[in-house]
Design a protein around this ligand. Structure first.
Ligand code: CP
Length: 348
């Protein structure tokens, strides 16, 4: 039996058992069915979620806010400048910031969960600092903390992706899924590919991670992905060729991410120019119909969105018959509703 998840934080899928992830996906599917039939599922009547966004968002903000409203509660949108900016000890500025431990304890007295998005420029691209901040909130909050994407993980996206794959494929074990880097003119965090390889390997899939040299993910994440694959009966491999990786794939997930080699702590200060120079040499890493032709006939094309059209993917692919990107976006709502219901009230 799965443990009651009431009060649990959701910072990575890795910290939840496979049984807990399965329970979440089951509830997500149930809530989705109810919503489609117009059956109310007001599991969070009177509950409040504080949503703290250090970065912009279309999907995450609107799916969380819509979701908690559908379940009878309210979401309060907070930005760091709308409150005294929550700061770690040592990063404080009098009457501009407020010690994070105080913010977390105050919000805990009012509401029922806190969700946080923080990565990139808001932490000066210091890899790991966003995750440290989410964990600092979790340490001090007396209510659950939900990670809405830090610089290491995007667990809500990972659960929406898993819900989508379960709907499309039914059986996930031994299905070949390629998480590939793709070109973009901008710098994106590694949270999505890291969460993808961690979660896909939990579900017994044959996972291939493809990227050009210099765009490696965090070695700790790679270790966990290998261990997950060993434990789940799947596999985990890496490739420096998008074409080779795509051969025979059942699912492809090509998206851009930045190089950890050009971010602190690897270098003293983020080197955006160096990163862009490296990425500009890899403009052929784009999802095209020719590349999809290398895959299995019914290959599924995934992307968390926002996608850089013409760089990460052609319009033909993202708007084509293999693409499930809008199902993925919709499933953010249902997967997060399940997470919120489980951590805020239990739902056993
Ligand atoms: N995929 C995702 O997290 O989208 P947003 O950045 O719009 O929230």
């Amino acid at each position: 039996m799965s443990r009651n998840l009431k009060g649990r934080d959701f910072i990575t899928t890795q910290e939840w058992s496979r049984e807990e992830l399965d329970r979440t996906l089951e509830l997500a599917a149930e809530l989705k069915k109810k919503q489609k039939k117009g059956i109310p599922h007001r599991l969070l009547g009177g509950k409040t979620l504080f949503m703290l966004f250090y970065n912009p968002s279309l999907r995450t903000r609107n799916s969380f806010q819509t979701g908690i409203f559908q379940m009878g509660g309210q979401g309060i949108y907070l930005t760091p400048t709308a409150v005294y900016r929550p700061a770690l000890a040592g990063d404080e500025i009098p009457y501009v910031t407020e010690r994070m431990s105080d913010v977390a304890r105050v919000l805990s007295r009012f509401g029922d969960a806190i969700s946080i998005r923080i990565y990139g420029e808001s932490v000066n691209w210091i890899y790991g600092k966003g995750n440290q901040i989410v964990r600092e909130f979790a340490e001090w909050a007396e209510i659950p903390v939900i990670n809405m994407e830090c610089d290491m993980f995007h667990p809500c996206q990972a659960m929406a992706d898993m819900l989508t794959l379960k709907e499309k494929l039914r059986v996930l074990e031994r299905k070949k899924v390629v998480v590939s880097w793709a070109y973009s003119g901008g710098i994106k965090p590694v949270a999505v590919p890291q969460s993808c390889v961690l979660n896909f390997t939990r579900f017994g899939m044959d996972v291939v991670l493809a990227h050009p040299k210099g765009l490696e993910l965090d070695p700790e994440i790679i270790k966990w992905a290998k261990k997950n694959a060993d434990e789940s009966g799947g596999s985990f491999e890496m490739s420096y060729s998008m074409d080779k990786a795509f051969e025979g794939a059942d699912v492809v997930y090509p998206k851009s991410w930045g190089s950890l080699e050009f971010m602190p702590p690897k270098v003293p200060k983020v080197d955006e120019e160096g990163m862009v120079e490296l990425m500009n040499k890899c403009k052929d890493w784009i999802a095209t119909t020719e590349k999809l032709d290398l895959c299995a006939r019914d290959v599924i094309y995934m992307h968390c969105l926002p996608a850089d059209r013409g760089m990460e993917v052609t319009d033909e692919v993202i708007d084509g018959p293999h693409s499930v990107v809008f199902d993925e976006a919709e499933n953010r709502l249902h997967a997060q509703n399940a997470v919120m219901a489980l951590v805020m009230v239990g739902c056993e």
